[in-house]
Design a protein. Structure first.
Length: 399
């Protein structure tokens, strides 16, 4: 097939939810991808924070092949045992914060959040859910209801009832909102889609204290931040914050659709048979891939690479900010979850287009931001090649 044919078929038959970039990607290798005409691009989006150990990663291919030759889906799914699932659960126990003792696997981040909210209502026997303005928690009706960005919510009214919002990072706002009706507070430890916002050092610890005092369960949505995206395996774990639920997806299986939620023993002890389930329940294929990805992250000390590469990015972006103060308002982020905030959305769009013209994928975020979140095992020369392209695009627009 040629790109032209692919464009025509997708434009005709794919649901019309996206303004498409006129590029048809055929294959990848590490941080690089190629279109159908053989042009090479660098991917600084890692498929929206998913391909954390690169495209066409051999350990993933091997896990897919080996497991699919054995079994993909168990008879009676979650009702039977699976060595692939047990292997992943044992590995998760090593990387999760120790107090999170029980895990259930889903197929996506939204599903994991949906389940955590549902189960928090059951455990507390309360109805209300608090979330934060500018948050993003998914596109199911309950997770859209928990998403603090009007554009993802309001056209679907009526939404789920009993959802309220507080300002991200504002402890007084949360303290005032917490009352005896609040089952759960759901929060991203660093807001991703909302524009890469980091709360103060003490914020999450205080959130834990306030929720616990109020009998409200704390759900941290680590769908975007989990699995070394910001350096440590999980942000909440690295901060010593004891949450009731931790939800995950994206990087967990490096591009294979998978997710999950972990919960404390106390929460798990209050759940019963039939409270949750699903057709896949962590099917052996997904579990084998997730195991291969997490093992790679641990064995290759990817966390250290994230710290080093993230440092290089921030230092380079800091120089751009000094050089183009009229164009760049802020740079922020942690590890390899970074954002450059431009003076206005038009400028961000022109820089993003300029990057694509020069064969680099970045992600325009919240209008005036450009998010950079490449594969976590990116090498220094690859990173510098991509940053060089960004610099040229910025120079053209702002120089
Ligand atoms: C923080 C966060 N939560 C939930 C989701 C939804 O995950 P999924 O698209 O896998 O349903 C996303 C997706 O971007 C996310 O960034």
């Amino acid at each position: 097939m040629s790109s032209e044919t692919t464009f025509k078929i997708e434009d005709k038959y794919m649901a019309p939810f996206f303004v498409k970039q006129q590029i048809s990607i055929e294959k990848g290798d590490g941080v690089f991808v190629w279109d159908e005409e053989g042009n090479r691009y660098i991917d600084f989006t890692s498929g929206w924070g998913v391909t954390c150990i690169g495209h066409a990663q051999p350990v993933i291919t091997e896990a897919l092949l080996n497991q699919s030759r054995k079994i993909i889906q168990n008879p009676n799914s979650g009702l039977t045992y699976s060595p692939a699932r047990a292997g992943l659960l044992a590995l998760m126990k090593e990387v999760l914060p120790p107090h999170l003792t029980h895990v259930f696997f889903s197929n996506s981040g939204a599903e994991a959040n949906d389940a955590a909210i549902k189960l928090a209502r059951k455990v507390t026997n309360r109805l209300d859910v608090i979330s934060t303005h500018q948050s993003f928690h998914g596109r199911t009706i309950s997770t859209a209801s928990a998403t603090g960005q009007a554009s993802h919510r309001e056209k679907f009214n009526p939404l789920m009832p009993n959802y309220r919002f507080v300002t991200y990072g504002d402890l007084d706002d949360l303290a005032q909102a917490l009352d005896e009706d609040v089952a759960a507070f759901i929060i991203e430890p660093i807001q991703g889609e909302g524009g890469v916002h980091l709360p103060s050092e003490k914020y999450l610890k205080e959130v834990e204290r306030l929720c616990s005092k109020n009998g409200t369960l704390l759900i941290t949505d680590e769908v975007q931040t989990g699995f070394c995206r910001t350096g440590p395996m999980f942000v909440t774990g690295s901060m010593g914050v004891k949450v009731d639920f931790l939800t995950m997806a994206k990087g967990i299986a490096g591009g294979f659709p998978f997710g999950g939620f972990a919960m404390s023993k106390k929460v798990a002890s209050r759940l019963e048979i039939g409270d949750h389930g699903g057709t896949y329940c962590g099917n052996p294929l997904g579990c084998a891939v997730a195991h291969a990805v997490i093992k790679y992250l641990v064995d290759h000390n990817v966390s250290a690479n994230v710290e080093t590469m993230g440092g290089i990015c921030l230092a380079t972006m800091g120089q751009w900010k000094e050089r183009y103060p009229h164009a760049i308002k802020d740079i922020r982020g942690k590890g390899l979850l970074l954002l450059i905030e431009f003076a206005d959305p038009d400028m961000a769009a022109r820089v993003s287009d300029g990057c694509l013209d020069r064969k680099l994928f970045v992600r325009q975020t919240q209008g005036n931001g450009i998010r950079v979140f490449p594969a976590l095992n990116i090498k220094e020369n690859e990173l510098k090649e991509g940053l060089g392209i960004m610099q040229a695009a910025i120079e053209q627009v702002a120089g």
